[in-house]
Write a protein that binds this ligand. Structure first.
Ligand code: SF4
Ligand code: SF4
Length: 398
């Protein structure tokens, strides 16, 4: 097996490109109940489009100038266009929002300000003693990490400073690929062999602490730190993020349609090709090129039709390859079968929760079974079942 395809270092690939303004943005919502804009409203960069009632989930803002064409529970669509000139005697129209000064804020005030600027603060304030910044490229083929540490160092440093103000951790460690000469003030450095799946948070923690436990540890990845740093640096709402499009790193407006971003990177999608949002090992296929990227979208890849045999619910023929490569040392073959037959208790017995979702079982399965998808489905069903049990228990207590 060619191990080079699992290498996580690509060197400095240069400064990030700025994506062109898309013809529209589809700003994805995720439980953002209250919309601040209506159809036909004129909007501009930084304007709030929807807020979330959870005080720790970031609100959503527009990244382009244009007119709202659709508002639904799942997204707000904005068509890019210049705004109509003000009528005679009218005040000039606003074209951007004012920055928020974050310097003097602390505690809940700081958290509320960041939430209002679009930052999801839940992962940042997690109780922990040790904070680890996972600065490796998350998956093979994703190339932004090393360039980010050179060309967006100011943003990363601003993110680090803000993270230290938010996190209760008493110590921080930056996990870098072996050979990196990136430097960080006031943080220890740990070097990790840059070979997938070593970039997975669980394995980074095991490497640094020597323990196979996440207890007392919080891990923040570089993409999240970059988004936080962009807000901390400017005091402006989070409206753009960096996406690695087949190796090319582009700063794009949140909500940019997948198809527009691929076009920006000069990538054609032919009939039968598979477009993947996220990395090639853990990403999710989408058949909708109009789908807008989210704050968390870190990569886009296209798998040409016929490049690999199609994945389907073929029978497992017990070759053992998935067990051999599983870094969690569980039995993906058995778990995937139990999920197929809805045997959730057996999934629990086989420690489905220990799966790190690395995708290696799918990659190595010669039967081309959708192993990772089965496991995610199993975890989802278990979570639903447990939520129902909790709801019933609460009713009994009442
Ligand atoms: S995705 Fe598959 S190989 Fe990876 S940890 Fe989970 S079960 Fe193991
Ligand atoms: S790799 Fe695929 S075929 Fe082989 S044991 Fe695992 S699930 Fe079965």
């Amino acid at each position: 097996m060619n191990k080079n395809i699992f290498i996580l270092t690509h060197g400095d690939t240069g400064a990030f490109e700025t994506g062109s303004v898309p013809f529209e943005v589809r700003i994805p919502l995720n439980g953002h109940g209250k919309k601040s804009v209506k159809k036909k409203a004129e909007v501009y960069p930084g304007l709030l489009v929807a807020d979330h009632k959870n005080a720790k989930i970031g609100d959503m803002h527009c990244g382009i100038t244009g007119v709202v064409t659709e508002v639904s529970d799942s997204y707000v669509i904005v068509k890019a266009q210049d705004l109509a000139a003000p009528a005679e005697g009218e005040e000039p129209k606003p074209t951007s929002v004012d920055p928020v000064s974050l310097d003097a804020l602390e505690g809940e005030e700081l958290q509320a300000a960041l939430k209002g600027l679009g930052v999801d603060i839940r992962p940042l304030i997690k109780r922990c003693e040790l904070l680890i910044i996972n600065a490796l490229n998350p998956e093979p083929g994703i190339t932004y990490a090393e360039s980010m540490l050179v060309h967006a160092k100011g943003t990363i440093n601003a993110g680090m400073e803000m993270l230290k103000r938010l996190s209760p951790a008493t110590r921080s460690v930056v996990a870098l690929p072996t050979g990196s000469n990136a430097a960080f003030d006031d943080s220890d450095i740990a070097f990790i062999n840059p070979q997938y799946p070593n970039s997975l948070n669980e394995l980074v923690v095991a490497n640094i602490t020597g323990k196979e436990s996440m207890k007392g540890v919080n891990v923040i990845d570089l993409h999240t730190l970059y988004n936080l740093g962009a807000v901390a640096e400017s005091g402006m709402p989070l409206t753009h993020t960096v996406v690695c499009v087949e190796g090319k790193n582009i700063v794009a407006a949140i909500g940019t349609p997948v198809g527009a971003l691929l076009k920006d990177a000069s990538i054609e999608v032919a009939d039968g090709d598979t477009v993947i949002m996220g990395g090639p090992m853990r990403g999710v296929a989408t058949g909708d090129l109009n789908k807008g990227i989210s704050k968390e979208t870190n990569a886009l890849f296209v798998m040409p039709s016929g490049a690999t045999a199609p994945i389907s619910d073929h029978a497992c023929f017990s070759c053992g390859a998935c067990i051999q490569h599983c870094p969690s040392r569980i039995q993906p073959n058995m778990i995937s079968r139990y999920v197929e037959f809805n045997e959730l208790d057996f999934c629990r017995q086989e420690n489905i929760s220990a799966c790190m979702e690395c995708g290696l079982c799918t990659y190595y399965c010669p039967a081309r079974r959708p192993m990772l998808q089965y496991i995610r489905l199993g975890k989802h069903k278990i979570a639903l079942e447990e939520a129902q049990v909790t709801a019933c228990a609460l009713q009994v207590e009442e």
